[in-house]
Design a protein around this ligand. Structure first.
Ligand SMILES: *Cc1c(COP(=O)(O)O)cnc(C)c1O
Length: 441
C-alpha cells in the first residue's frame, strides 16, 4: 500500500498536482466543509471569507444543493444537453432568463466555467458580427482558456499574448487616480478615430466591478459611457458577472449598479454553488448564430443544472442579494473602523459582499506593501482561523467574498482575525520562508 494514508493532503498535492493549475494562498487543505467553515485534517475549523474564490455562495453542504444533486444524480436524465434536453437545464435557462433583465429574443448557452463561457462569447461574437476586434480593460480577468485569456488584461496573463487587435483600456481606479474616467473615455475616442476603426470591433468585455484586478468599483457613469460610445458603432456589450454576479453585490446583477444593458451576460462561479456550470445569457441573434459551434458534451448536465437551480431558488427565496447589501455594509464599516488606527490599510472598498482591502506601506504615497506582506497577512489569518486570498495588479489587495449565508457575528469574527493578522505581520510573526510557497499571482 502507498503511504498516501499517512502523508498529508498538502504534501501529496505538491507531488501530483500540476503547478500550472494551482493557486495555493495558505497551507489550508480541507477535508470537508460545513456552512461557512472549511475543516482541515486536524479538525480545525476555518472561517471561509472567500467562498473558495466565490463558487461557494451558499457555503458548503447546503441542504438544498445536496438534495438537488442527489435527486438529479439518482435518476440522471442523460448526461449531455447537446444530445438531449433535460428538465433541469431547460428549467435553469428559464430561471436565468426570468432573473436577467433584457429585451428581445434571448437564449442561454451552458458551459462548465467562466473561462469557457467567455471563450464561447468571443468566438460566437466574432462569427455573428463578422468583426474580429475586441475591447477590454487592463486588470480584467475573463478566464484561462485561450479565447478568454486572449481578451483578458491581468498581469497574471502576460505569459500569453492577447489576441491580435485587442484594445486594452485602463480601468479607472479612484483610489490610485492614475487615469480618470474622462481620460479613459478620451483614449477610447482617440482609438476609434485612429488605429481602431470601430466598425472592426465586435464587442467590449467589461467586469462591472473589477475583481482579480483589485476589487475596483468603477467611477459612477463610466461603464455606461463606454457602453454608449460602443453602441453608437454597433459594438456589442458583454458583461462578465462570473465573480460578482448573482446577488453578491447587493443586487441580483452587478451591472444593475452601473445602468448597463448588456447584449451578453456571463455567469459562472456562484451559479453552480461549487459544481461546475457557467452560462451565457443574451441576444438570440448572437447565441443562435450557428449550431455545433461551442459544443461541450457534459455542459448543462442534469446534476450541475439542478445544483444551479437550487442556488437560484435559495437566493431568491431567502432574499440573499438584500442580505449581501446589509452584511456588506457591516463588513465595510468594520474594516473602515479598523483602518482608522491600522495604517497598513490604504483603502476599503467594494459592493455588498465583494470587498477589497488595499494594503499600503505608506498612506500618503499610497505605496503598495510588497506582495510578501500581503501573503503574510493571509498566512497569519489562516493560522488564526480565517481563509481568504489576495488580488490586484500589485498583489496588495485582500479580497473578501464570504458566502452570502454568513452571519453578522461571523463577519465580526472575520474582521477581528484580519485586524490581529495585520498586527502580527507588522510585528514580524510570519517569516519570509513561511510564505515562500504561497506567492501566487
Ligand atoms: C474567475 C473568473 C473567470 C473565469 O472563471 P473560471 O470558472 O475560473 O473559469 C472569468 N471572469 C471573471 C470575472 C472571473 O472572476
Amino acid at each position: 500500500m502507498s503511504s498516501s494514508a499517512t502523508r498529508s493532503i498538502r504534501s501529496r498535492d505538491a507531488q501530483v498536482i500540476a503547478n500550472i493549475g494551482r493557486l495555493r494562498f495558505s497551507p489550508l487543505a480541507p477535508i470537508r466543509g460545513e456552512g461557512v467553515h472549511l475543516v482541515d485534517e486536524s479538525g480545525r475549523r476555518i472561517l471561509d471569507l472567500s467562498s473558495s474564490g466565490c463558487p461557494a455562495v451558499l457555503g458548503y453542504g447546503h441542504p438544498e444543493i445536496v438534495q438537488a444533486v442527489e435527486d438529479a444524480a439518482r435518476s440522471m436524465a442523460g448526461a449531455s444537453l447537446l444530445l438531449y434536453p433535460n428538465e433541469h437545464a431547460v428549467g435553469l435557462a428559464e430561471d436565468l432568463l426570468r432573473l436577467t433583465p433584457g429585451t428581445g429574443k434571448r437564449r442561454v448557452w451552458f458551459g462548465h466555467s467562466g473561462s469557457d463561457a467567455n471563450d464561447c462569447a468571443v468566438r460566437v461574437l466574432q462569427a455573428a458580427t463578422r468583426r474580429s476586434r475586441f475591447i477590454s480593460f487592463i486588470g480584467s480577468y475573463h478566464g484561462n482558456v485561450s479565447g478568454s485569456m486572449a481578451v483578458s488584461g491581468h498581469t497574471a496573463m502576460t505569459h500569453t499574448l492577447p489576441r491580435p487587435g485587442l484594445v486594452l483600456l485602463p480601468y479607472p481606479d479612484s483610489y490610485r487616480g492614475e487615469f480618470s474616467a474622462e481620460q479613459v473615455l478620451q483614449l477610447l475616442d482617440y482609438q476609434f478615430a485612429t488605429t481602431c476603426p470601430p466598425d472592426q470591433v465586435a464587442a467590449v468585455f467589461m467586469e462591472p466591478l473589477m475583481s482579480d484586478g483589485g476589487i475596483i468599483v468603477p467611477p459612477p457613469g463610466f461603464l455606461a459611457a463606454v457602453q454608449e460610445r460602443c453602441r453608437a458603432h454597433g459594438i456589442r456589450v458583454v458583461v462578465d458577472e462570473v465573480k460578482v454576479g448573482l446577488g453578491r453585490t447587493g443586487l441580483w446583477h452587478c451591472f444593475e449598479h452601473e445602468g448597463l444593458e448588456p447584449d451578453l451576460v456571463i455567469f459562472g462561479k456562484a451559479l453552480g454553488g461549487g459544481l461546475p456550470i457557467s452560462a451565457v445569457v443574451g441576444a438570440a441573434d448572437i447565441l443562435d448564430h450557428a449550431p455545433a459551434f461551442a459544443l461541450q458534451t457534459t455542459a448543462g448536465n442534469p446534476v450541475a443544472s439542478a445544483a444551479a437551480r437550487a442556488v437560484l431558488r435559495v437566493c431568491e427565496r431567502d432574499r440573499l442579494p438584500h442580505a449581501a447589501a446589509r452584511l456588506g455594509a457591516q463588513l465595510q464599516a468594520g474594516l473602515r473602523d479598523l483602518a482608522r488606527t491600522e495604517t497598513m490599510i490604504g483603502d476599503v472598498r467594494g459592493r455588498g459582499l465583494a470587498v477589497g482591502v488595499e494594503l499600503v506601506a505608506d498612506r500618503a504615497e499610497k505605496a503598495p506593501v510588497p506582495v510578501t506582506t500581503t501573503a503574510k497577512v493571509i498566512f497569519r489569518a489562516y493560522e488564526l482561523g480565517a481563509a481568504f486570498i489576495y488580488v490586484g495588479l500589485r498583489g496588495n489587495v485582500l479580497e473578501l467574498t464570504p458566502p452570502l449565508t454568513i452571519s453578522p457575528a461571523q463577519l465580526d469574527e472575520g474582521v477581528a482575525i484580519i485586524a490581529q493578522a495585520i498586527l502580527d505581520v507588522r510585528e514580524g510573526v510570519v517569516s519570509d520562508e513561511q510564505v515562500a510557497p504561497f506567492m501566487m499571482w
